[in-house]
Design a protein around this ligand. Structure first.
Ligand SMILES: N[C@@H](CCC(=O)N[C@@H](CS)C(=O)NCC(=O)O)C(=O)O
Length: 300
């Protein structure tokens, strides 16, 4: 007997019901524990629709959508030949680049909160950037930026907090004061962490081990892993796009396994790999390694 539970991903909770911190969790649990399917050759989505009937299927699909589990058709990037979108027409737009880790943080947050219908993705080709992006949208000319309520805001760490607090969907920031304080510490450490690792990739030193040790220790701070703060949060989102790049590059080019001797980090990566909202934002690690090779190997 395959239960629906194995087919529905709790994108933000990673199928780990113990870590589901959100009000939606009890709803998910109710839905998934009520419905079971016999083994069959029918593909899972079809099977789900048939077995559920229209009304319940609708509930399930919207649940999957809210949890970021429905695969979105991603729009092609806009380049110098593209017309600008009708900026400030009331649409909320998230300008990203598909390969930018900073933009990815905001994209994951949007998916995790189930805001696919509320926040429109506008990918930009940074290599062939449209002039209107700087002129009409975001004068800093970087991604990510968010067009919302007739304003455009930038800076990924500010944006993930902004989206978490200004939009519906499960809260991605802890309530507990100790965890809140540690969340801020971890968020402000992200730049130092990235710089240390990247400088070691450039061959400037050997700070990467210490930076990964910091993460390993942070992951055990409250003893309620696998996430930084027990529950999945903005902190996991802030680190994920970078660790996603550092791990394969380090292994392939530096012959250094960042998870060796770091069981908490290994468990965190494994858990993050199950997160559908995050998975939809990921690129092939081969592509990411190639980008880093171009950026760093010339300097090695
Ligand atoms: N501190 C910014 C960094 C954003 C950033 O550097 N984005 C890169 C792409 S990954 C960018 O837009 N670069 C274009 C440029 O610097 O011209 C944030 O956290 O959002």
């Amino acid at each position: 007997m395959a239960s629906l539970k194995s087919k529905v991903s709790y994108s933000c909770s990673n199928n780990n019901t113990n870590s589901v911190p959100f009000s939606l969790s009890s709803f998910y649990k109710k839905v998934v524990t009520q419905i079971r399917f016999p083994n069959t050759t029918i593909s899972p989505p079809k099977l789900q629709l048939q077995a559920l009937g229209k009304a319940r299927a609708k509930v399930l699909l919207s649940t999957k959508m809210a949890a970021g589990t429905v695969n979105e058709v991603l729009p092609p990037p806009l380049d110098s030949s593209s017309e600008p979108p009708p900026v400030f027409d009331g649409t909320t737009r998230l300008y990203i680049s598909y390969t930018c880790p900073y933009a990815q943080r905001v994209w994951i947050t949007r998916n995790c909160k189930g805001l696919q219908d509320k926040i429109k993705l506008v990918p930009i080709d940074l290599q062939n950037r449209p002039a209107w992006y700087k002129e009409k949208v975001y004068s800093a000319n970087k991604v990510p930026s968010l067009e919302h309520n007739n304003e455009v805001k930038g800076e990924s760490l500010d944006l993930i907090k902004y989206i978490d607090s200004h939009f519906e969907g499960p809260s991605l920031f802890p309530q507990d004061p100790d965890k809140k304080e540690f969340a801020e510490e971890l968020l402000s450490y992200t730049d130092t962490f990235n710089k240390s690792v990247i400088s070691s990739f450039k061959g400037d030193g050997n700070e990467a081990g210490a930076a990964f040790d910091y993460i390993e220790t942070a992951l055990s701070k409250f003893g309620d892993g696998p996430f930084f703060l027990g529950q999945f949060s903005l902190v996991d989102i802030a680190y994920a796009p970078f660790i996603e790049r550092f791990q394969p590059f380090s292994l392939e080019v530096k012959k250094y396994d960042i998870t060796a001797g770091r069981p908490n980090l290994a468990a965190w990566i494994k858990e993050m790999d199950k997160n559908d909202a995050y998975k939809q934002t990921r690129r092939e690690s081969k592509e990411l390694v190639e980008i880093y090779k171009k950026r760093f190997t010339a300097q090695l």
